[in-house]
Design a protein around this ligand. Structure first.
Ligand SMILES: CC(C)(COP(=O)(O)OP(=O)(O)OC[C@H]1O[C@@H](n2cnc3c(N)ncnc32)[C@H](O)[C@@H]1OP(=O)(O)O)[C@@H](O)C(=O)NCCC(=O)NCCS
Length: 157
């Protein structure tokens, strides 16, 4: 008889880093998201949360503060085996709650997953309406000249 695992959302720790990298870079290889190095995860560890099934990390997401009223969800990825269980939505809503607690009004996602983010309460906005600072980290992205990601926002309150 199999026992259903309890999935918790918690802050990431150094012990989680290798599993986080494995999940993120599996999708990065498919061009679905930006790759991460071990150093970039370690340096930004405080900004990450993970979904943990008691044994393994099965999902990861980061929150990057861009400005006083805007933070971006980054590196959201769910292990292939855990997709469709509501874990992605839980991670996103957890980070939206974090934004509210921090007093940040709006949450941004740059994504190909429009339908998923709509289910999380986000709506599409023209990229031109976003502050220039959003594009600072795009310098390292191979898609820079022809970025086709969709910009989506939701209010945190
Ligand atoms: C996109 C992703 C994060 C979704 O995570 P998930 O845990 O599988 O999604 P959930 O189970 O939380 O789904 C929440 C809702 O969105 C819907 N949904 C999930 N993925 C969807 C998709 N690709 N297209 C349409 N709807 C989707 C679900 O049906 C569910 O709807 P409901 O609330 O009506 O039941 C996950 O598929 C993933 O890691 N993809 C690869 C990496 C990636 O693209 N990351 C996003 C970078 S911005």
């Amino acid at each position: 008889m199999s026992v259903a695992k309890v999935i918790t959302i918690r802050r990431a720790t150094m012990k989680d880093v290798d599993q986080m990298l494995e999940i993120i870079n599996q999708y990065a290889q498919q061009g679905l998201m930006l790759p991460r190095t071990k150093l970039s995860i370690c340096e930004n560890l405080q900004s990450f949360v993970v979904a943990f099934d008691g044994q393994d990390v099965i999902g990861v997401a980061g929150l990057h503060i861009l400005w006083e009223d805007l933070a971006e969800i980054r590196s959201l990825a769910i292990a292939e085996s855990a997709k469709g269980l509501g874990v992605g939505k839980r991670l996103v809503l957890h980070l939206v709650d974090q934004c509210r607690e921090l007093g940040i009004n709006r949450v941004l996602a740059l994504t190909y997953q429009k339908d998923f983010f709509e289910k999380c309460g986000f709506y599409v906005v023209p990229k031109e309406t976003l502050p220039q600072k959003v594009w600072k980290d795009c310098i390292n992205c191979s898609k820079l000249p022809m970025c086709d990601e969709i910009a989506m926002i939701r209010e945190s309150a």
